[in-house]
Structure formats: C-alpha cells, structure tokens
Write a protein that binds this ligand. Structure first.
Ligand code: NDP
Length: 419
C-alpha cells in the first residue's frame, strides 16, 4: 500500500525498520538510507527473507538537502521517516518540501554546533523570552507550519515514546477520562541493567546533552527552570519497583503547554541510578560533555563526540540488558464534577524486545511508535496540512495500534501521585 523512506540506521531506526517489515500490509516497500550504508545493507540482509516488504538501501548524508531531495524524488515515497539525529530535522524537512512528501520524526531540532553565532543569538533570545535553556525546542520546526500547510503536506513531529506516546496518552485522557485536566506528570522509568558501569540507552551525545541540561517544568503557562537534577522524587513503578527519579526539561512539555493551555502544571521525571549520575557529574566536571571543539595534537575534537566514540553503542546493548521499563503519564483533573486521577502507562521488558527484534527496550519503545506514526500518516488516519505533534490528532487509532504492535498500555485509577 505505501512506500516509506527511512533515514538513519541506528538503534531506534533498526526497530522501526523491523516493525515496518512486520507490517507489510501497510509498508509494501521501504528504503533504508543512512550515512553508513553497510548498516542499511546488514538490516536488509537480516530481514529480507522474513518479510513481504521490499527493502532497498541507499547511502545519504541527510545534511545535504540537494542530494536528499534527489533521493526522495527518485524513490518517490509516500513519506519520509527521520530516525537519524535531531541535527538533521531541518534539512530533512527542507528536502521533503522540495520533493513534495510528508515528514515524520521522533525528536525536535537541536543544532550540532551550539557555538554557531547565528543559532546562538536566536537561542539566547528564546532563553530570555521563554525561560528555559535546553538546546532543543520546537520553535525551529513550528516555523515550518505555513510551508507545509501551503504545500498540502503533513509534518508529524516527535512520534517516539516520550515525546510521542506520552502526548497521545494526554490526548486520550482528555478525550475519554476528563472534562478538565489540571496536572500532567510524565514518568520515564528504565529499570533495565546492561551491566556496564556507564552507557546510554540511545545516542550518547543527544542523551547526555538532554539530561545534563537544567530541569524545567510549566506552571500556569510559565516555565520554571531549576538546576539540573535538583528535584528528586521516589516512585514505586509497576513491573519495576521503587526508583529515584529526577525532574528534567523535556520537549513534550512545550507542545502540551501550547496545545492544552488549560493544564495548570506539566512536569517530566526520569529515573537514574546513582552510578549513572556519579559518572555523568564527573564527565561534566572534567569537560567531557562540552559541545565546544578543542584542539588536541593539531586536530579539532568535540569532547562529547569523542566520549560517544568511547561509550558502548546503544544498538549493541540488546543482548545484555535485563529488566523492564515503565513509561506513562499521571493525569489529575475533573470528570462530571468530581476529582479524578489516572496513570496511563506501558511496561516493556528488555529481553522480550531483544527476542523479538534484537534490540533493548529503549530503542524498542521509540522505534515502534515511529512506525505507528508513519502508519498513521501514510494510511491517511493522521493527515492534515501543516506541522503537528502527536497530541493534535485523534488518539484512538494510535492507541489501538500500540496494543497491536507491541506496546500494550493500561489505565489505573487513583494512582499514587508525585508530590
Ligand atoms: P543512533 O546514533 O544510534 O543512530 C543515528 C543514525 O542516524 C545512525 O545510523 C547515523 O549514521 C545516522 N545519521 C547521523 N547523521 C546522519 C546524516 N547526516 N545523514 C544520514 N544519516 C545520519 O541514534 P538513536 O537510534 O539512538 O536515535 C535516533 C533518534 O531517535 C534521535 O533523534 C533520538 O533523539 C531519537 N530518540 C527519541 C526518543 C523518543 O522517545 N522520542 C527516545 C530515544 C531516541 P551512522 O551509522 O553513520 O552513525
């Protein structure tokens, strides 16, 4: 029925590709195009005898808009799924516009070079005006609204788990459980153990930039920023047990804050073990998380990129990670004049994911919603001209697809709330 161009072939992409190949009724043909074409060819080799989906591969540098536009025009897909890095969001959106094709991604734009003076001037203005200082924000991609609208194309932003599924949970809660939502707490718990002293579960550079940034949350439409990891809570997660979790800045707060202005407070918490935090603090203190290039023996090195080269590849963690994730949202509000609170969440087992697609649960919980988001767009169930996040469409077909494609969810009334 549809043809999808998938850009990137890392940890998340490999799950999205596997799930598209399980869903051959929708994805009759896919092309895997990435910087290192041997990874694309290895995925094709692994899957082609087990699927009806016809798989093609290509080498592409997605920073090169002209080359990418040509690739899109030549392959003529129904949509492009960007599971490369957030650095490529804008160039891939530009190429989709030039080629007249819908766009889907899992993470909002941030620049690779945070010292670029042009970007920095806009960033510093935004920090002052909005009040949060993370490198990533939606303004860059929301600025494409008119371009996509005028071209009659859909851009679906952030269809991973968080952001992605968590925002669909919010739309679902609003549609079926509440007349008014007052608070949203998004909880991301990874109870998995990979046995390494320190490793990240998705791209280390993006992950460490995210978790070392100051935390922030939204209250009554305003951002409140706090020092990194300075708000800590303990929570007992179904399937995992008691974990420490820390308040972080996260991109769905921005989208939900804009699209559901009636919600009084939106926060995001992620669990971290003490060993992870100790390593991260140490790396930060010695300058290894810096995005500013340094000169080393006549060669320019970006410290965080050098660190990425030293750390285990997240795509290799699958066989050794055991335990479960529990990711979801606690909503409080009013239904039929009475106070109500619910927790909507998914529990995912690292080893089950590995048995099914050869990946750990963080790649799995992102790659499955990436496939589902692409399916929503190419089947026309979520198709509107413009730029959208996942809370802006009918949540029901997406929620149904989560149950069908490996991320079953549940709703619990009166959960323990986070103070
Ligand atoms: P990886 O680093 O494992 O994979 C990135 C892939 O993109 C690699 O195959 C890489 O190629 C390719 N790539 C990088 N730059 C380019 C380029 N210029 N042109 C073409 N291909 C390129 O990352 P992950 O799979 O861990 O993460 C993928 C995305 O998923 C990220 O945007 C991340 O932020 C997002 N994510 C979203 C989550 C959510 O819940 N919403 C959760 C986790 C991740 P090469 O093989 O040559 O390095």
């Amino acid at each position: 029925m549809a043809r999808l161009l998938i850009i990137g072939c890392g940890g998340v992409a490999q799950v999205a590709i596997s799930k598209c190949c399980q869903n051959s009724d929708v994805f009759e043909e896919i092309m895997i195009a990435s910087r290192t074409v041997s990874k694309c060819e290895a995925m094709k080799e692994k899957l082609q005898d087990k699927t009806k989906t016809v798989i093609k591969t290509a080498q592409i540098d997605a920073d090169d808009v002209e080359a990418l536009t040509k690739l899109i025009k030549d392959y003529a897909p129904d949509a492009v799924l960007n599971v490369a890095l957030p650095y490529q969001d804008l160039t891939i959106m530009d190429a989709c516009l030039a080629a007249g094709v819908d766009y889907i991604d899992t993470a909002n734009y941030e620049p690779e070079d945070t010292d670029d003076p042009k970007w920095r001037a806009i960033y510093e203005k935004r920090c002052k005006e909005l009040g949060f200082s993370a490198y990533f924000d939606y303004s860059w991609q929301w600025a494409y609204e008119d371009k996509f609208k005028n071209a009659g194309l859909t851009a679906l932003l952030g269809t991973g788990f968080d952001p992605g599924v968590t925002s669909v949970f919010a739309a679902y809660a609003k549609k079926h459980y509440f007349d008014e939502i007052h608070t949203i707490d998004i909880l991301d718990c990874n109870g998995g153990d990979h046995g390494y002293p320190f490793a990240t579960n998705f791209n280390p550079e993006i992950n460490l930039r995210e978790v070392s940034a100051p935390g922030s949350y939204m209250e009554n439409g305003k951002w409140i920023e706090i020092p990194a990891m300075s708000i800590k809570r303990e929570y007992d997660f179904d399937g995992v047990g008691v974990k420490d979790m820390y308040l972080l800045h996260h991109e769905e707060i921005e989208a939900l804050g804009r699209n559901m202005p009636e919600v009084k407070r939106i926060r995001f918490f992620m669990t971290f073990g003490q060993s992870y935090l100790t390593h991260m603090n140490c790396l930060e203190n010695v300058g290894m998380l810096s995005t500013t290039p340094i000169n080393f023996n006549g060669q320019e090195i970006v410290p965080i990129q050098f660190l990425k080269a030293l750390l285990p590849d997240p795509a290799s963690l699958g066989p050794r990670t055991v335990g479960k994730t529990n990711i979801g949202c606690i909503f409080t509000g009013i239904k039929d004049g009475k106070e109500r609170s619910i927790y909507i969440y998914n529990v995912c087992d690292h080893q089950e994911c590995y048995k099914e697609v050869g990946s750990q649960a963080i790649s799995y919980t992102t790659g499955v919603p990436a496939m589902i988001g692409a399916m929503m767009v190419v089947t026309g169930q979520w198709k509107n001209p413009g730029v959208f996040t996942t809370d802006e469409f009918d949540p029901d077909p997406y929620m149904e697809a989560l149950n069908k494609w490996g991320l079953p969810w549940q709703v619990v009334e009166n959960p323990v709330l986070v103070d």
